[in-house]
Design a protein around this ligand. Structure first.
Ligand code: PHE
Length: 453
């Protein structure tokens, strides 16, 4: 695909193709791996409550803002900002950096998923003992070389798809595999919920204990909304840029976040009840998915088969997200530096792979290295990207749309020049111009003070 400003840009093959791809970007490890462990580590219900509040005030708003900017300019982030206001191009660049950082550790976790497909294939999911499962997982992730091999495999898969281009690579499989993942997760959730003692987990996840709320917890919830919805770094600007002018942005901006949140909640309800039923630690961190679900599979008929299928589908979901991360970086060098897509994908995929190595080693041999107090390298890179760069990108986007480009221009784009009605238009405008940026700024400042104090 050679998409630059002069040539005709690629467009989505169909409406459903775009929705699936954008939802594919949103739904990924952020929902299945990150949401449950973040909720576990940040007070359960309190975190989920905050997540919802931020979703309503900021999530939908920014989804629409990004898609609007992308479709209007038909350019990836740097070009999009530049086209409307020369001086703002660097904000797009911030997103490229965020994408680079996120993919570096995302690919490490994606590698763990591949490893667990292999585990399941070899019939390892027959044990429900927390100690044993924790031992197996710990042994794997602290090994200096094995996780790197899987990290490399994940990156090569990501690269391969991105080289294939927008239509060919992304749309084809989503139509079958995304619904399959959905059904599979619901089955696992039911098994989890019917385990003895599971109800404690449901209460933990859904009943907020407001005394648990701190600046750090609110910042984590904010970071989770951005991460999970793929916001704040221009992914949705890039995907929106492949949309044609007839598409209804309003529907998409509601549907994608709703679907994404549903999947995160289902994942939470699959994992946390099992955490309580088997006596794992809800604050167990990044390993929660990999330690608890094998225990759930051990309690299901045909558990190993379920395990294989589940991790294959999670891998697919992770890939539909990782390609969107790499796409932001690649679209930048293709559009701005006129590289060809293949070269850009290979060079940057390779660099991102290298960048991920310290994250992987930081769990084992380099565990003493800390960047952010109390966090290992992977969690630190995650923190900087998800809790700092993404909210910053979102904040700047709001300021840009609300104050620089102007709401009237945005309204015109959202409503396809007044052709579709948007009853909540003024509400959205108010959210973009005032509520979202102020909310992000407050959470951001409070959270950073809290974490570094
Ligand atoms: N939203 C993706 C997930 O939940 C991760 C992602 C973040 C993708 C930012 C693109 C941009 O897994």
């Amino acid at each position: 695909m050679k998409d630059n400003q002069i040539q005709q840009r690629d467009q989505w093959g169909s409406k459903i193709g775009f929705i699936l791809a954008a939802a594919g970007s949103a739904v990924g490890l952020g929902n299945i791996w990150r949401f449950p462990f973040m909720a576990g580590a940040n007070g359960g219900g309190a975190f989920v409550f905050l997540y919802f509040a931020i979703l309503v005030l900021v999530g939908f708003t920014l989804m629409m803002a990004e898609l609007t900017l992308g479709r209007h300019t038909q350019l990836s982030p740097v070009g999009a900002y530049r086209k409307l206001k020369e001086k703002w191009a660097w904000v797009g660049g911030l997103g490229v950096i965020a994408g680079f950082l996120i993919l570096s550790f995302y690919s490490v976790i994606g590698g763990w998923v591949i490893k667990y497909i292999v585990q399941a294939l070899t019939g390892a999911f027959t044990i429900a003992d927390p100690e044993v499962l924790g031992g197996i997982f710990g042994g794997f992730i602290t090994n200096p070389t094995e996780p790197l091999i899987y990290h490399a495999i994940f990156m090569i898969l990501t690269l391969g798809i991105v080289i294939g281009g927008v239509k060919g690579g992304i749309e084809k499989y989503s139509k079958i595999l995304m619904p399959a993942l959905f059904v599979m997760m619901i089955l696992i959730m039911f098994r989890s919920l019917t385990l003895p003692g599971a109800f404690e987990g449901v209460k933990f996840l859904l009943v907020p204990d407001f005394s648990k709320i701190t600046g750090g917890v609110v910042l984590s919830a904010l970071g989770q909304v951005f991460f999970s919805l793929s916001l704040g770094m221009g992914t949705m600007i890039t995907y929106g840029s492949y949309l044609n002018k007839e598409e209804n942005l309003i529907d998409s901006s509601l549907q994608i976040p709703l679907l994404d949140t549903a999947i995160a909640l289902i994942a939470g309800l699959a994992i946390l009840p099992a955490v309580f039923a088997f006596g794992f630690d809800p604050e167990g961190g990044a390993g929660l998915l990999f330690i608890t679900l094998p225990a759930v599979f051990s309690q299901m008929p045909l558990g190993s088969l379920f395990g294989v299928l589940f991790f294959v589908l999670v891998l697919f979901a992770a890939l539909t997200s990782s390609i969107s991360l790499l796409e932001v970086v690649v679209a930048y060098v293709v559009d701005e530096k006129k590289w060809n897509r293949k070269k850009a994908s290979i060079v940057f995929g390779g660099l991102i792979f290298l960048m991920g190595i310290p994250s992987s080693l930081g769990i084992g041999v380099w565990e003493k290295v800390t960047i952010i107090p109390g966090l290992d390298i992977l969690d630190s890179v995650d923190f900087v990207a998800s809790n700092i760069l993404l909210p910053l990108g979102g904040l700047l986007l709001c300021i840009f749309i609300g104050w620089v480009w102007g709401l009237d221009n945005a309204y015109k784009e959202v409503t396809n020049d007044g052709k579709i009605s948007f009853p909540m238009m003024k509400v959205w405008g108010f959210l973009v111009k005032w509520v979202a940026p102020i909310a992000i700024a407050i959470v951001f400042v409070q959270g950073i003070i809290d974490v570094f104090k």
